[in-house]
Ligand binder design. Structure first.
Ligand code: AMP
Ligand code: ZN
Length: 111
């Protein structure tokens, strides 16, 4: 996926500060943060989005959610609370067609 921004970050073609990396996923800061803490948990596999999940992807989705919970605790928002958001498709506001989970927190977030 040569033109995918997240694949290019994963493959270190685009510079980004990677906060966590495992064989299956990375965690980065969102480049345009919408909250004091705004991280993206991204599987290394190029899955275009939630709508494209296959049965074999069940494990990685669990890993992504679990990692988001861990990162929330690490960033001190485990108790104050946070939002986990998957945007899906055009009406869902998805702009990058590579699956990612937004972790947002550090202030009172609206609806
Ligand atoms: P979405 O709208 O759900 O597809 O979210 C894509 C997110 O990726 C947006 O919040 C962007 O600010 C973020 N983003 C785009 N390019 C980069 C990048 N190079 N590094 C970090 N975050 C990015
Ligand atoms: Zn990709």
């Amino acid at each position: 996926m040569d033109d995918c921004v997240f694949c290019n970050i994963i493959n270190k073609i685009i510079q980004s500060q990677i906060l966590f990396e495992s064989p299956d996923l990375i965690v980065i800061n969102d480049i345009m943060p919408k909250a004091p803490v705004h991280l993206l948990v991204i599987p290394k596999k190029h899955i275009p989005g939630i709508a494209h999940l296959e049965a074999a992807d069940e494990v990685i989705v669990g890993e992504i959610v679990f990692k988001a919970k861990e990162m929330a605790q690490k960033h001190g928002i485990g108790e104050s609370g946070y939002k986990l958001v998957f945007n899906v498709g055009p009406d869902g506001g998805q702009t990058v067609p590579h699956l990612h989970l937004h972790l947002l927190g550090g202030k009172k977030l609206g609806e």
